[in-house]
Design a protein around this ligand. Structure first.
Ligand code: SF4
Length: 145
């Protein structure tokens, strides 16, 4: 069975900044076809639950309290890639609009809920390394693959 690394919040793990999750209704269907490896780059990078929400801004990641958390985000991205290498994972499913996991859109850095085209730190890093990055709206294409 092919392995896919997936944002831990999409399988229902309470790892979001506010202690919640983004469980996808398609997880059970995915499990019929793939072995899912849940991973949260922010938590694995060293951030706590709950934590201040963060946004990308001018090449850095800043949380709403004004702290620069770029190092933790970069550590999470590297760890995600290490797992992909170790488990021979070629595809990941990442939560859209997250400053770590977003693959097409992210918030603009002003904490005003404005969305712009862009990628989160982990999504960008994995794509650069040649991993196929999908978001939760593209799960259907993986189910019909
Ligand atoms: S960093 Fe990714 S996996 Fe973790 S809570 Fe945010 S979107 Fe979910």
């Amino acid at each position: 069975m092919e392995r896919i690394l997936i944002s831990a919040c999409l399988v229902g793990d309470n790892v979001k900044y506010n202690g919640g999750n983004n469980k996808s209704p398609l997880i059970e269907k995915l499990l019929e076809k793939y072995e899912l490896i849940p991973f949260c780059p922010e938590v694995e990078g060293g951030l706590r639950i709950p934590r201040s929400p963060s946004e990308r801004k001018d090449g850095r990641v800043i949380n709403q309290a004004g702290d620069d958390v770029t190092t933790a985000f970069e550590r999470g991205a590297e760890l995600a890639f290490n797992i992909c290498l170790f488990l021979k994972i070629k595809k990941v499913i990442l939560k859209e609009r997250s400053p770590s996991c977003g693959s097409k859109e992210i918030y603009d850095g002003s904490f005003s809920s404005r969305v712009i085209p862009g990628m989160g730190v982990t999504a960008e890093y994995l794509k650069e390394k040649g991993i196929e990055v999908y978001n939760e709206d593209e799960i259907d294409s993986l189910l019909n693959d």
